[in-house]
Write a protein of this length. Structure first.
Length: 267
């Protein structure tokens, strides 16, 4: 099937260069489908969006359970301080997992990996921040497959060490006055690497709904998966909050243009 589509796309490209328009509407439709297929499945997976949430705001995340279900969205929750969560929060995480969401790891005590390793050692970082947190999650019935860096602070040798224990490790790519969401190639994942990067959509990052929509449209056009992340899901003012209305706008637009929702472990 894919080989035929590649041939069809190549033939269609030749026709376009020669400025030839097929008379048959069936041929035109097949060529158009081939181009669309090439964009949406250029790497064997559908273009999509992977949304993740960091820290331990379980009650707020759980309040969005029905909203996620309404749009068929699957997201990832990177949890820190797991061993300090009350039993009620752990049960909520289990119900979110049962809905198809990923429960992943964000460190035992939300330590800055780069700073800790610089002041101590990589082995001590693993023994202090990583292994005890994985054990706590395992004992509660969770098997975290992915990790996100607290504060986004990372280094290649830390990446290499963590990738021995996780399928994917997620870093952070920040926007600024000159570099906006559509300019950051790192956040458009082609499903080929295990180190991935996401851009923030909390208030502090200053990315408008219109910019987020433009980034999702680019992901669709490029056949990639856009990675976004947030922290708290609250309409209260706060730097590291994403209003529920903004989240719903993202979910609605992604669903409307046909992007697939990915968890981080599945990208």
């Amino acid at each position: 099937m894919e080989n035929l589509l590649c041939l069809r796309n190549a033939f269609g490209g030749w026709l376009e260069k020669m400025n030839v328009v097929p008379k048959s509407p069936v041929v035109r439709m097949k060529l158009a489908f081939g181009r669309l297929y090439s964009k949406m499945f250029s790497d064997g997976k559908a273009a999509g969006v992977a949304i993740s949430f960091d820290d331990a705001h379980v009650d707020e995340w759980y309040c969005l359970k029905d909203l996620f279900g309404r749009y068929g969205a699957r997201v990832t929750f990177f949890v820190s301080n797991f061993d300090l969560l009350p039993g009620e929060s752990i049960e909520k995480l289990k119900m979110l997992r049962d809905d198809g969401h990923e429960i992943a790891f964000h460190g035992l005590r939300h330590l800055s990996a780069g700073k800790f390793v610089q002041e101590h050692s990589l082995d001590e970082y693993l023994e202090t921040e990583i292994f005890p947190g994985i054990d706590a999650m395992n004992k509660a019935g969770f098997s975290p497959m992915t990790f996100s860096y607290p504060y986004g602070v990372r280094a290649p040798h830390i990446d290499a060490a963590l990738l021995k224990y996780f399928r994917h490790v997620r870093g952070v790519a920040c926007t600024d006055n000159k570099r906006r969401l559509t300019d950051i190639g790192q956040i458009y994942c082609g499903h080929e690497g295990r180190l991935v990067f996401a851009a923030g959509i909390d208030n502090v990052y200053g990315n408008s709904v219109e910019e987020i929509r433009a980034a999702m449209k680019k992901a669709l056009e490029k056949g990639k998966t856009l990675l976004l992340f947030a922290h708290r899901t609250s309409s209260e003012p706060g730097d590291y909050c994403t209003p529920v209305a903004r989240i719903e706008s993202v979910l609605e637009y992604a669903s409307g243009i046909g992007l697939k929702f990915y968890t981080i472990k599945d990208i």
